[in-house]
Design a protein around this ligand. Structure first.
Ligand SMILES: Nc1nc2c(c(=O)[nH]1)N[C@H]1C(S)=C(S)[C@@H](COP(=O)(O)O)O[C@H]1N2
Ligand SMILES: [Mo]
Length: 442
């Protein structure tokens, strides 16, 4: 479920210095610590109802014990990152910022709403000249290493445009208990813009893929936060089978314009449906490897999951991890914004997107009674493979009071989103729990 937790380190500090402000950040308002504790124990229904400013919670009997109402999960703390209106900053060195769900309502994510996940320090904007930028293709399984300017890529290879879902493997991390270190993403490390570029396959084939090739790896122009120039902050990749898919791109444009600076200008890899970390930004080099790529953040526990379910807090040996590939099924409610108040008797249009890694989404269901019953939403086909799918429905509410709208997607292999946070893992990856929003009917 989407809620802001006070787990992030910055917030812990803020709680020490300015608890009221921290409460406003986390809950969208000042909350009496006693009553919050009350919610956790589900002791005071009347107190909870009053704190919500509601006359009743019609489905209170179905509300899971300990559930923190989604109405408290909004942050109205203003923050501006150049070119990224309304995003929530999670970290400023390196820059990491996520998009509140209602700002992801567009079918195609605009540049100013695309999240930013930086592992290091981006190359200085002034140092980037798209005219002289070079991409080299090399590696032990590359027959004829070559270097291309962006103009050469555009001239030598056919252009393709796809709408592609990029979601950070750590999206949803904030909800894991005990908390996992890393950016405390809630729901906003996902986006689905269009990308235009050359097929990765066409470029790799032009340079000769040797028979023993199994993996590719990327290198970007960003630098390690330590200042150590011999280290890359991240250098990940994908198996050949993913690299050779039609939709895997070396992209020079996003939504028909230059890729935004913080999203990898002037050139990036895009492999939709997999953890965002395989889509290298500020792309300078791709290596074709005869073994699994061994760049920074390729080895466990980075972007890896335990091979078996583990109890929260377990220390898992490195040899028991597997690298994350296709992302799990997930959905977002992007309209209305959580916290809406609406008059009884009016119908409410609800909509959002759903995606399922390499798979398609088969079904999206919506509940207004904490998951006791589900209504199937209208689901659209994706613009192309690996694009998210839009869904919508119209809801009626039986009486006045506080409601939550929950959305649950099911993929083409029959797997659904869990209603609560799925299996804890050491780095807090792959939380695909149902998204929920708060609505007051008055
Ligand atoms: N060069 C480089 N590429 C990178 C990263 C990075 O820090 N440096 N972050 C990766 C991660 S972890 C994610 S989730 C996506 C995020 O893409 P975005 O910042 O454009 O949203 O970029 C990936 N590519
Ligand atoms: Mo990521």
């Amino acid at each position: 479920m989407s809620k802001r937790t006070p787990e992030s380190r910055g917030l812990h500090q803020l709680y020490d210095q300015d608890p009221e402000k921290a409460d406003r950040l986390v809950w969208g308002r000042e909350v009496d610590p006693e009553s919050r504790r009350g919610f956790l124990k589900k002791s005071g229904l009347a107190a909870m109802t009053a704190a919500l400013g509601a006359v009743a919670i019609p489905y209170a009997a179905k509300m899971p014990g300990g559930l923190i109402p989604a109405a408290f999960a909004q942050s109205d703390e203003p923050f501006m990152l150049e070119g990224k209106d309304g995003l929530t900053l999670l970290n400023d060195r390196p820059i990491n910022a996520e998009t509140p769900p209602h700002l992801l309502d567009d079918e195609i994510t605009p540049a100013n709403r695309m999240f930013v996940r930086n592992n290091g320090i981006p190359p200085g904007l002034k140092s980037i000249d798209p005219e002289t930028w070079l991409l080299s293709i090399e590696g032990e399984s590359c027959a004829t290493p070559m270097t291309f300017t962006i103009a050469e890529l555009k001239q030598k290879f056919e252009h393709y445009t796809y709408q592609l879902t990029i979601e950070c493997g750590g999206n949803g991390r904030a909800e894991y208990v005990p908390s996992a270190s890393g950016n405390q993403w809630t729901t906003g490390a996902v986006a689905c813009p269009t990308f235009t570029g050359a097929r990765l396959r066409d470029v790799l084939e032009a340079c000769g893929i040797k028979d023993d090739a199994v993996y590719i790896g990327y290198y970007g122009a960003d630098s390690h936060v330590s200042g150590d120039t011999s280290k890359h902050p991240i250098s990940r990749g994908v198996p050949m089978s993913k690299a050779l898919e039609d939709e895997s791109l070396i992209a020079w444009a996003m939504n028909g314009e230059d890729i935004p600076y913080l999203n990898g200008y002037p050139l990036r890899v895009v492999c939709g449906g997999w953890p965002g970390s395989v889509s290298g930004k500020w792309l300078q080099k791709i290596v074709i490897r005869n073994k699994k790529h061994d760049g920074a953040k390729m080895s466990a526990p980075s972007y890896s999951m335990p091979k078996y379910p583990v109890a929260p807090g377990t220390e898992v040996p490195k040899s028991d991890f597997v690298t994350i590939e296709s992302m799990p099924v997930k959905s977002l409610i992007t309209f209305p914004e959580s916290g809406l108040t609406q008059a009884k008797g009016e119908k409410l249009v609800v909509r959002g997107h759903a995606w399922a890694g390499d798979l398609a989404v088969d079904k999206v269901q919506v509940s207004i009674d904490f998951g006791a019953t589900w209504h199937e939403a209208k689901l659209m086909a994706p613009a192309n493979r690996l694009a998210w799918q839009h869904w919508s429905t119209v809801l009626d509410f039986p009486e006045i009071g506080y409601y939550e709208i929950w959305a649950k997607a099911t993929d083409s292999e029959g797997r659904s989103q869990p209603m609560v946070v799925p299996g804890w893992n050491p780095k807090g990856y792959l939380n695909n729990a149902c998204h929920r929003i708060a609505v007051q009917i008055v």
